[in-house]
Write a protein that binds this ligand. Sequence first.
Ligand code: UD1
Ligand code: UDP
Length: 350
Amino acid sequence: MKVISIVGARPQFVKAAPLSKKLREKFTEVLVHTGQHYDPNMSEVFFKELEIPEPDYNLGVGSGSHGEQTGKMLIEIEKVLTKEKPDLVLVYGDTNSTIAGSLAAAKLHIKVAHVEAGARSFNRLLPEEINRVVTDHLSDLLFCPTETAVKNLEKEGITSGVFKTGDVMYDAVLQFSKIAKQKSKILEKLQLETGSYLYATVHRAENTDNPKNLRSIIEAFSRSGEKIVFSVHPRTRKMLKEIELPPLPNVMMIDPVGYLDNLVLEENARKILTDSGGMQKEAYFLKVPCITMRNETEWVETVKDGWNVLVGADKEKIQKAIEQFKPNDKQSNHFGDGNASGKIAAILNE
Ligand code: UD1
Ligand code: UDP
């Protein structure tokens, strides 16, 4: 069987790493990188560190408005699919690369498999929600990370081809956290002690494109007085230049780091502050309390279990959570057994 996997953005490289390895044991995989993320620290570093094979195609689409970026991807992906004639197209998560891949394949009557199917925030103002809903409705095989995801699909009438496999991001954390501990020198480089800092990332459109929200988040960081290591996504870097910043002597802004450094920064932080989907889950897997600067989350289990709290972009709520949020002692196992990629490969084989 020939599978075309489509990736393009940072979290998709992480998700593809464990699965690509499993797929290549039994199938021919052709890897397509749309070029949505292209800075070396947003793309290349993940291929190197996670030993993901070189993409067979890099479509070089780059940045743009939603229509422009998705449209260019659609044109280029269609050419690849027409030439390669795969049996299946595999897409990951919820980015514009995901919707472009699933739409191009479905229109050519090629079967679509969606990894991380069924995740929902129930907020259609978020571009990710539109990408997920459309992709799920176009997919023949839907690999759900959690029971909640299976139920979300059921409510939309999707019951056939649905499999609860667990989360490939959990596979990645289990596979790479030991390697990260051995290889990463990031704590020494930034002169950080375990537990002496909070680790932050912000990149969602609702927080970066809205200057009020971005300013509110940064003011909360400033007022907390805590040492905050802030990995700044290029989108956020651009928007920060456009707002007036408060003094930030306690905030260490760094460029995005590779996955191994990121795991180490997460694991050794006292708390994680983020609006990232992947980071909420990784905080949970690594048992680090998470403060999520969004009003809703797809990863409701992390909140229900008491390891994640939703604070939106509200300055007071962020500050209060920085001071007071304490996680529960226990966690339940919602995200599988760390072999989601093995299960997905086995299902495809059948
Ligand atoms: C995208 C996804 C989002 C995901 C995130 C992961 C969509 C709609 N959004 O958001 O769901 O959480 O990736 O990080 O697909 N830029 C660079 N260099 C890069 C990449 C981006 O400078 O390598 C800058 C450009 O100014 C670009 C902006 O970041 O316009 C946004 O990039 P884009 O890929 O459109 O969206 P993300 O915010 O990264
Ligand atoms: N990540 C990383 N370096 C960073 C910030 C994040 O390697 O500086 C990783 C993180 O470990 C996770 C993934 O990027 O696996 C999450 O991607 P992102 O937050 O960009 O997107 P989202 O998950 O919100 O779609």
